[in-house]
Design a protein around this ligand. Structure first.
Ligand code: EPU
Length: 338
C-alpha cells in the first residue's frame, strides 16, 4: 500500500482544478481496499472517494485520505443467446467499457457513449443521455462500507435510482466505496434512437437501419459538436439538473415565454431544459477571466485553464439568481461541491 501526501488532483478532476489531497492512495483490488479500511493507523482518519472526477467541483483542498479506485477488469458472469451479464471494475473508464460493448455487439449502453468518468462513478448519479439511463442496464452494484470494510451487493432496486440520483448520493452518501457494477446487456437490443438529434444525425450518416455502432457513432458526433472535451477545456458536463416544475407553473411560464421548451415527466410535472433558461437569462458564451459558460451548451460551465473552484461556484450562484429572478425557477447543481 502506497499512501502519498499532498498530492495535486489537477489531473483527477475534469474541471482541471488544482486542489490538493492531504493523503492519496490508488486502490487496485477489493482486498487492498478492505485492508486499508481496517488498518488501525487509518481507521478513524477521514476518507474521500474520488472516481473519475467528472462530476465534482473542488473549491478547496481535501483534508482527508483520498481513495482513488483503480480496480480493473471486465468479466462475463453469465451468457446465453439473448443476453450477457458483465461484472466490471469501478476503475474502468466508462467510455472504454461502452466501446467494449459496442465491439462485442452487446446493446444497452451505446446511448451513453463518450460520457466522461469511471464505471464506479456512473451508478452514483445514474448517468443518462439521449433517452437512456444506466439504471436500465444495471443488475447490481458491488461496494465496500468505509466504516468497517464490509462488502455489500446492492440490487438495482436497492440503489434507489432517480434522475441523476441514487442511494449513494442520498442516505448512504460517503458511506460506501463502489468497487464494481454488474450489467445485463442484450445481444438482440431494442435500439433507442427516438431523441430528435439522434434521428437527424443517423439520417445524415445514411444509417437507415441503424446498428449499435451507428447509434454510438451518432451520439459521439452530437456530443463532440456541443460539449467541450475536458482534455481541452475543463468542465464537468451539465452543471445543473434540468428542473422539474408543475404543469400549472409551466403553463404560466408559457404565457410570458411562449417558446419555452418542456418535456412531460408525468401528468403533473414538466422538465424544462436548464440550458434554455440559462441561455435566455443571457449567460451563453459568457466569459470572465479563466472561467465561463460554454458557447454551444449553456448548461456547461468551463475552466479555460487557470480558473478556481471558488470562481466557478460564484458564477454558478449568479446564474442561479438570475434564472430565479427571470423565470421563478430554482436551478439545482448536478455537480457535487467539495
Ligand atoms: N438548450 C438551449 N440552449 C442551450 C442548451 C440547451 O436552449 O445552450 C435547450 C434546447 O431547447 C435543447 C434542449 O435545451 O433542445 C436540450 O438540450 P440538450 O439536448 O443539449 O440536453 P440537456 O437537457 O441540456 C441533458 C443531460 C445531458 C445529456 C443530454 C442529452 C441533464 C442535466 N443533462 O442535457 O447530460 O447528455 O441531455 O441526453 O439532464 C450530464 O449530465 O453531464 C450531461 C451532459
Amino acid at each position: 500500500m502506497q499512501i502519498q501526501s499532498n498530492v495535486s488532483l489537477r489531473h483527477l478532476n475534469t474541471f482541471g482544478l488544482d486542489a490538493h489531497a492531504r493523503y492519496f492512495i490508488n486502490i487496485h483490488s477489493v482486498e487492498e481496499l478492505t485492508t486499508l479500511l481496517n488498518d488501525p493507523e487509518w481507521k478513524d482518519f477521514p476518507k474521500f472517494i474520488l472516481g473519475g472526477g467528472s462530476n465534482i467541483l473542488l473549491t478547496k483542498d481535501i483534508e482527508a485520505l483520498v481513495i482513488h479506485p483503480e480496480i480493473r477488469g471486465i468479466e462475463i458472469v453469465e451468457e446465453n443467446e439473448d443476453s450477457v451479464v458483465l461484472k466490471v471494475g469501478a476503475g474502468e473508464v466508462w467510455h472504454d467499457f461502452v466501446m467494449h460493448c459496442v465491439d462485442n455487439g452487446y446493446g444497452g449502453v451505446e446511448n451513453l457513449s463518450l460520457i466522461p468518468g469511471s464505471v464506479g462513478a456512473a451508478p452514483m448519479q445514474n448517468i443518462g443521455a439521449y433517452g437512456v439511463e444506466i439504471k436500465s442496464v444495471i443488475q447490481s452494484v458491488e461496494a465496500v462500507r468505509i466504516g468497517d470494510g464490509e462488502k455489500r451487493v446492492f440490487t438495482n432496486a436497492e440503489c434507489e435510482f432517480g434522475y441523476r440520483e441514487s442511494i449513494f448520493k442520498k442516505s448512504l452518501k460517503s458511506r460506501y466505496v463502489i468497487t464494481g457494477a454488474t450489467f445485463r446487456l442484450s445481444k438482440k437490443p431494442l435500439l433507442n434512437a427516438a431523441y430528435g438529434d439522434v434521428q437527424k444525425t443517423l439520417q445524415e450518416m445514411g444509417a437507415d437501419v441503424p446498428t449499435i455502432r451507428d447509434i454510438s457513432g451518432a451520439i459521439m458526433k452530437i456530443r463532440r459538436s456541443k460539449l467541450p472535451d475536458p482534455a481541452e477545456i475543463g468542465n464537468a458536463g451539465s452543471f445543473f439538473k434540468n428542473p422539474e416544475i408543475s404543469v400549472t407553473q409551466f403553463d404560466q411560464l408559457k404565457e410570458t415565454f411562449p417558446e419555452v421548451p418542456g418535456y412531460p415527466v408525468d401528468a403533473q410535472t414538466v422538465k424544462v431544459p436548464a440550458g434554455w433558461l440559462i441561455e435566455k437569462a443571457g449567460w451563453k458564451g459568457f466569459r470572465e477571466g479563466e472561467i465561463g459558460v460554454h458557447a454551444r451548451q449553456a448548461l456547461v460551465l468551463v475552466n479555460y485553464g487557470g480558473g478556481t473552484g471558488i470562481q466557478i461556484k460564484t458564477l454558478s450562484e449568479k446564474i442561479q439568481e438570475s434564472v430565479a429572478d427571470k423565470f421563478g425557477i430554482r436551478l439545482n447543481a448536478e455537480v457535487n461541491f467539495i
